[in-house]
Design a protein around this ligand. Structure first.
Ligand code: ADP
Length: 354
């Protein structure tokens, strides 16, 4: 049996799951939280991983979630020094995520010498976007010189649920036009045309696209300068505003938790209702746009916390849009399993490297 440990190393937490492959059976899992925080018993990622590995020391390989692979990484790779250097390079465009992912990789390398480590990138599934889909309307040298373009995220989740949709419908993925809606705290939507991502709502960073728990999603870009001047704040403060104080939380003034907002809206809170209306309306617009992009849509898939559990959001996002289509798409709710997908991809990479 091949045991694969999947690690999702964040800035102050490490989530993990252990799988028996190729069956994909989950053996165990958990999370180490509050790493490096004041009063925490876990000072750093090395100490956090040590706790995990004390329980699970006989692993065949480790699969790491890495958020940003830029244009360099279009598929999962076996980690060596050159890969570590490249992931570090990508940190300049993903400062919130890649350094934390890297800490997990470096700690695992030390604690499990000789055990193969594989990096699975959130951006990789979207490497099939055409240049006209990923290039922004900025001067072209901003792309050539600085790599400024749409990359897209949540790729592992979009790919997993698209594959699951094809399996459930017993139809080849290569013959389906699928729109996958990942609606968690972070939210993104992808057009999966015959198995390939052709457009996705998140962009250079995960801020673009849908309205999210605390992120604003698409706004008029001129607002960036306008708000900075108006509030006399610097770019870091504006980043914080758009990433942490906006979205469902910012609009409602109550919470980023859709469960709470639904209750409040039902009790008559108008801002909670507005937050939900905006959230669902934006999804509807993207479903319409991606149907146009693919010249039709066979399936819409909803996944992640809100997508899986909030029927009312699904209903509102789909309301009225299918009546103008020749064939009504199937709507599926499919629980995502990014960890299993990472375990599968890790298993494939280590088999191919033997
Ligand atoms: P993350 O992006 O942090 O993984 P999740 O996928 O857990 O987020 O989604 C969190 C969102 O899903 C919240 O808005 C929450 O209200 C909503 N949600 C609704 N029902 C549930 C549920 N049963 N379990 C978890 N989240 C739920």
């Amino acid at each position: 049996m091949t045991k694969i440990l999947v690690i999702n190393s964040g800035s102050s937490s490490i989530k993990y799951k252990l799988f028996a492959m190729p069956a994909g059976i989950e053996i165990s899992g958990g999370v180490i939280e509050r790493i490096g925080e004041k009063g925490s018993a876990v000072p750093d990622h090395h100490a956090g991983l040590k706790i995990i590995l004390e329980k699970h020391n006989s692993v065949s390989a480790v699969g790491h979630r890495v958020v940003h692979g830029a244009e360099k990484f279009q598929r999962p790779v076996l980690i060596d020094q050159a890969v570590i250097r490249e992931i570090k390079k990508c940190s300049s465009i993903a400062p919130l995520h890649n350094p934390a992912n890297l800490m997990g990789i470096l700690a695992c390398k030390k604690l499990l010498p000789g055990v193969p480590q594989v990096a699975v990138f959130d951006t990789a599934f979207h490497h099939t976007l055409a240049d006209y889909a990923y290039t922004y309307g900025l001067p072209y040298e901003y792309y050539k010189k600085y790599g400024i373009r749409k990359y897209g995220f949540h790729g592992t989740s979009h790919e997993y649920v698209a594959m699951e949709a094809a399996r459930i419908l017993r139809r080849p993925l290569e013959k389906l036009k699928i729109i996958t809606c990942h609606l968690g705290n972070g939210c993104s939507i992808t057009a999966v045309h015959y198995g390939k991502s052709v457009d996705t709502s998140m962009g250079f960073t995960p801020l673009e696209g849908l309205v999210m728990g605390t992120r604003c999603g698409d706004i008029d870009p001129a607002l960036v300068g306008y708000i900075m001047r108006l509030k006399k704040i610097n770019s870091e403060a504006l980043d914080d505003l758009m990433n942490k104080a906006s979205g469902l939380k910012g609009i409602s003034g109550i919470s980023n938790d859709m469960r709470i907002l639904e209750k409040k809206a039902a009790a008559g809170d108008s801002r909670a209702r507005l937050a939900i209306d905006i959230f669902a309306y934006r999804i509807k617009k993207y479903i319409g746009a991606y149907t146009a992009v693919m010249g039709g849509c066979d399936v819409v898939v909803f996944t992640a916390g809100i997508g899986e559990h909030q029927a009312m959001v699904r209903k509102r996002a789909c309301a009225g849009i299918f009546s103008c289509m020749k064939k009504t798409p199937k709507v599926l709710v499919i629980p995502t399993n990014e960890e299993l997908m990472i375990a599968r991809q890790t298993n494939k990479v280590i088999k191919n490297n033997h």
